[in-house]
Design a protein around this ligand. Structure first.
Ligand code: PPE
Length: 306
């Protein structure tokens, strides 16, 4: 995966890609003491547009607040402005955007207040997060042997860097077993989310998803929820057991990086007819048009860079 770009934004300055480095004694590296966002910019008729930029900038600052950062020198508007500047400077039509607010300069003794926060924003081209064939064929997943976070152990509403070690454990295990993604259960044993996506189930024409209590409140989850309701589907939150996935007509996952992807198989059991289902494809198609500014009622989700 090529992650190169011309510039990385670092605390107010655009720094050349090769020069954007941190010291080995940066606390974020030792303890995962950072919060981040995953955002995408897409090509539209009016040039590149960042999808749901305001919501992502706000979630970054909420994550920081949940983590315990105080008196940050940035507002959500500052973050949005810096993101647009970074996308523009790098000249990509479409890219993934990664802001990271990390603890630097001190921050030892395991105390947030002992460190100084720094913000960086990188962009790179990152198509096909779950593989090239995922869109049409769907992907194979398994229920992970690793449990997703207990909501009083790690803060699941915040994209805290350290939270993702749990995702890395699960994803690595699933990929080594030959699957493309891991489905994680919450500490009560119900379906929570995947390593980097929220999950939806379709049964008898109705759509279900786990409540947000133990998982990340995905922005794509919200877009999908809105699109599905606008298409006339009933969408509801409920606890979902593992065998309700086996029984489902369709299961799909969604996230900024992955977008909307159907699951063809779970734990060696075929889901529906074993490829991306009808409802999944319908929502996927609307989502693809929405992110590229092709649907008037969702154009407010697109933030044009120029
Ligand atoms: N759950 C988790 C655990 C998660 O990391 C993501 C995003 C989601 C749900 C969906 O959230 P949203 O992007 O707001 O719809 N995962 C990000 C990081 C992926 C990575 O590999 O890094 C992403 O999709 O950008």
């Amino acid at each position: 995966m090529g992650m190169e770009s011309k510039y990385i934004w670092s605390d107010g300055k655009l720094v050349e890609y090769e020069k954007a480095t941190v010291h080995m004694l940066t606390a974020a590296l030792h303890y995962g003491a950072a919060v981040f966002e995953g955002i995408r910019a897409y090509k539209t008729d009016k040039g590149p547009a960042v999808f749901r930029l305001q919501e992502h900038s706000e979630r970054l600052l909420k994550s920081a607040e949940i983590f315990g950062f105080r008196d940050l020198p940035y507002t959500a508007d500052d973050v949005s402005k810096a993101i647009k500047e970074t996308v523009k400077a790098n000249g990509f039509d479409e890219c993934y955007i990664r802001p990271l607010l990390y603890l630097t300069a001190g921050a030892w003794n395991l105390n947030v207040d002992a460190g100084k926060p720094a913000l960086m924003i990188a962009v790179w081209e990152w198509a096909n997060y779950l593989g090239e064939e995922a869109l049409a064929k769907g992907i194979r997943a398994n229920i992970s042997s690793f449990t997703r976070h207990h909501p009083n152990v790690m803060m699941t509403k915040a994209k805290i860097a350290g939270n993702y070690v749990n995702s890395i454990l699960a994803k690595t295990e699933s990929v080594r077993l030959g699957f493309e993604e891991a489905i994680m259960l919450d500490p009560q044993g119900y379906i929570a989310e995947c390593t980097g996506e929220n999950l939806f189930v379709v049964r008898r024409g109705k759509i279900f998803t786990p409540s947000t209590a133990p998982v990340l409140e995905g922005i794509t989850r919200h877009s999908v929820y809105t699109i599905a309701k606008d298409l006339g589907y009933s969408v509801s939150e409920m606890p979902i057991a593992r065998d309700q996935l086996y029984n489902a007509d369709e299961v799909f996952v969604c996230g900024t990086a992955a977008e909307v992807i159907g699951l063809s198989e779970i734990d060696f059991r075929k889901i529906g007819d074993g490829r991306s289902g009808k409802v999944t494809r319908e929502i996927q198609n609307v989502y693809h048009d929405a992110i590229r500014g092709k649907i008037a009622k969702y154009e407010g989700w697109c933030d044009y860079v120029s």
